[in-house]
Write a protein that binds this ligand. Sequence first.
Ligand code: CAO
Length: 554
Amino acid sequence: MALVEVQVPDIGDFDEVAVIELLVKVGDSVKAEQSLITVESDKASMEIPCATAGVVKELRVAIGDKVKQGSVVLVVEAAGDAVAPAPVAAPAVAPVTAVAPVAAAVPAAAAAPVASGPIHVMVPDIGDFKDVAVIEVMVKPGDSIKLEQSLITVESDKASMEIPSSHAGVLKELKVKVGDTVNIGDLLAILEGAAGAAVPAPVAAAPAVVAAPAAVATVAVAAVSTPVAAPAHNPTATPALGLPHASPSVRKFARELGVPLAEVQGKGPKGRITLDDVQGFTKSVMAGVVQTSAQKAKAPAPASAGGGGSELGLIPWPKVDFAKFGPIERKEMGRIKKISGANLLRNAVMIPAVTNHDDADITDLEAFRVSTNKENEKSGVKVTMLAFLIKASVAALKKFPEFNSSIDGDSLVYKQYWHIGFAADTPNGLMVPVIKDADKKGVLQISQEMGELAKKARDGKLSPAEMSGATFTISSLGGIGGRYFTPIINAPEVAILGVCKSNMEPVWDGKAFQPRLMLPLSLTWDHRVIDGAAAARFNAYLGQILGDFRRVLL
Ligand code: CAO
């Protein structure tokens, strides 16, 4: 039996698309042409099919990865002699996906800024498709339409695609409704145009356009991409696979809000999830009427539960047209920022957190660290202050075990292992690698591991295992600066230590001021588990250890 690498086929004009769903897992038997993954651009989603029947041996992509033509999606052990063992692209079947409106063959007169007046927006070239069904109308008369804004979603049995507007203007009349079928050149909508709002210049060939009468510019948008991809989004098949049935813009909207689409009931045609369904779901969650499965799974014990946040009675996030006030640049947030942002928000909202600030005298410890590094110069391992902090924190966690616990329902789980996470600043955002069993390791070994893990974090090469299992986290801004800050607890941990830059300060010894190197400590703790007195004791004990590390031995 041959191992076959299944590649992304020709996906038309798309350079890179994001993997948004994995439809199979290792060990699954797959049929030829069965969909393997769903990929999505900002305008369309499509499914990549399998080139051959067999058993999935290896998945080479994860959700969030970017792929392009030729990327290997997975490895299949082909059934029988079905297929030659060379890597094969998935069947370059049919179409597509909609797309960025490539400007149409617009007559010079129409391409120039047009005077105010009705503009006819028509169905562009949509590949080989005929009679595609309108499954969603995204605008209504009276709406202000931006250039390239999606107007409707159409769907064949292979793909769903959004048709963008060729012009900006106010929507006067919609010529299609859900359930209609449309073809290239059909009139979609009439806009009241604004001067200068037309598609800039003709680029690609598209439906020929009739020169406009004096007052009416008739333009077709060429929302074209050369077909190819897969037996794509099949609305009848997807529910069977348990996948949500929704257009790309609805999926994107749901992702931005963090709405689990699989839990939204679609009220559109054939159970399709519409924008209204996602909004309705969000309102129900905010009102506390509905809980997502993630909320249900993570909800702490009723006595300590924060619920879904509905009781906060939050008003909507301010919507500001920033461009009104000055030039702007819009950049999509990176994947890691989005993921860590969602976690930080939950932790900030759900944990009654308090921060205690204190200072530790590290004069002697810093002198010891510097001399150790001099002695060890040749070894290549640099002992860092953070490594001492990890070791000192383990001693404090052992003395105050509730700081090494987690809430689980009505219970507190006291962990008898000491895995310490440390926040690492990377070009992609904040990551938290974990030093496992820090209690069993020396400061040198911790320093070395930290260096390796921090490098992996910066290179984006940390494995999930290297980021999981922490019982306590340290966030050090010591190499950068600052005095104190209020770190956010990394749930389900119950405390986090923030450290800033040490400073020489005059410290009163009872007789005189002495210059001492003082390290600012900020300990944030979960008030459901820990109280202020315990936090003050924890910091004081940590300070004693950092002041005289021999105490670790006691
Ligand atoms: N006080 C004074 N100097 C300090 C210090 C402290 N508390 N901690 C570190 N330094 C010094 C180091 O000694 C080093 O100096 P030299 O180069 O002269 O030896 C310099 O600062 C740089 O240290 P570093 O940052 O490279 O090493 P580290 O072990 O302190 O930290 C790591 C490693 C990965 C934690 C760090 O690089 C990092 O990413 N920090 C940011 C963490 C972060 O973003 N936290 C905020 C999370 S909340 O948004």
